[in-house]
Design a protein around this ligand. Structure first.
Ligand SMILES: Nc1ncnc2c1ncn2[C@@H]1O[C@H](COP(=O)(O)OP(=O)(O)OP(=O)(O)O)[C@@H](O)[C@H]1O
Length: 210
């Protein structure tokens, strides 16, 4: 479970969001919506301890992770965090298998994850030869291999067609069910409607999904 307490982020004079209180229990998915530039990615980055909030706290399973030092933050990210970035953050000159090895070396888990994302049996292929959508699916497979307790996804269906977009959302739902909290920044209405709750970062309204 991830929880924010009175979380605020400003850049100079400009406050993106203020005193945000959010709770995402294990097993649930929260969508972050709002116009471009409203601060969705910044909120994800704060939850992932990649950026410091201006004030407030973040609790992960009861631990106040905003108070951690640099080493503690690194350990938290390594042990608990799964990040699905817009740019995939893959090692492009390495094979799919080498990319999955970063998250864990269980070959059965590799096979299961690749099967789930429609890339079964392609472990030995180099990442740079693959299309944008395929690379996004490798990033998803790597996330499944890591089994994080918190997943932060930034426009995870951006480069994908409708079927693959659906597959990403279904996989994130499965991961939530298996024991993680999922937060997704998105402009996509289908992705938003697949979540349990929706937080609009510009109005700071939290609603249950339709
Ligand atoms: N380090 C920084 N210094 C100053 N301003 C920043 C910094 N990082 C982000 N911003 C600004 O904060 C605002 C929010 O950016 P963010 O990327 O969080 O928005 P977003 O809602 O994710 O947008 P999009 O939907 O386009 O991805 C933007 O106006 C951006 O320029």
């Amino acid at each position: 479970m991830i929880r924010t307490l009175q979380l605020t982020k400003s850049f100079g004079e400009r406050t993106l969001w203020q005193d945000v209180d959010l709770t995402v229990p294990t097993g649930e998915m929260l969508a972050l919506v709002g116009p471009s530039g409203s601060g969705k990615t910044t909120l994800l980055n704060c939850l992932g301890l990649l950026e410091k909030p201006s004030s407030g706290d973040i609790l992960h399973d009861g631990t106040r992770i905003t108070r951690l030092g640099a080493g503690g933050r690194r350990r938290f990210r390594r042990a608990h965090l799964g990040y699905l970035f817009q740019n995939y953050a893959l090692m492009e000159n390495a094979t799919i298998r080498e990319n999955l090895d970063v998250a864990g070396r269980d070959r059965k888990l590799h096979a299961r994850a690749l099967e789930r994302v429609g890339l079964a049996g392609r472990e030995k292929e180099k990442v740079h030869r693959m299309s944008g959508g395929e690379q996004q699916r490798i990033a998803l497979a790597r996330l499944m291999v890591k089994r994080p307790s918190l997943v932060l996804a930034d426009e995870p269906t951006g480069a994908l067609d409708e079927d693959n977009g659906r597959m990403v959302v279904d996989t994130l739902r499965e991961m939530a069910r298996e024991g993680c909290a999922v937060v997704i920044a998105t402009h996509n209405d289908d992705v938003r409607d697949s979540c349990d709750a929706v937080f609009d970062v510009s109005t700071q309204r939290l609603t249950a999904a339709v």
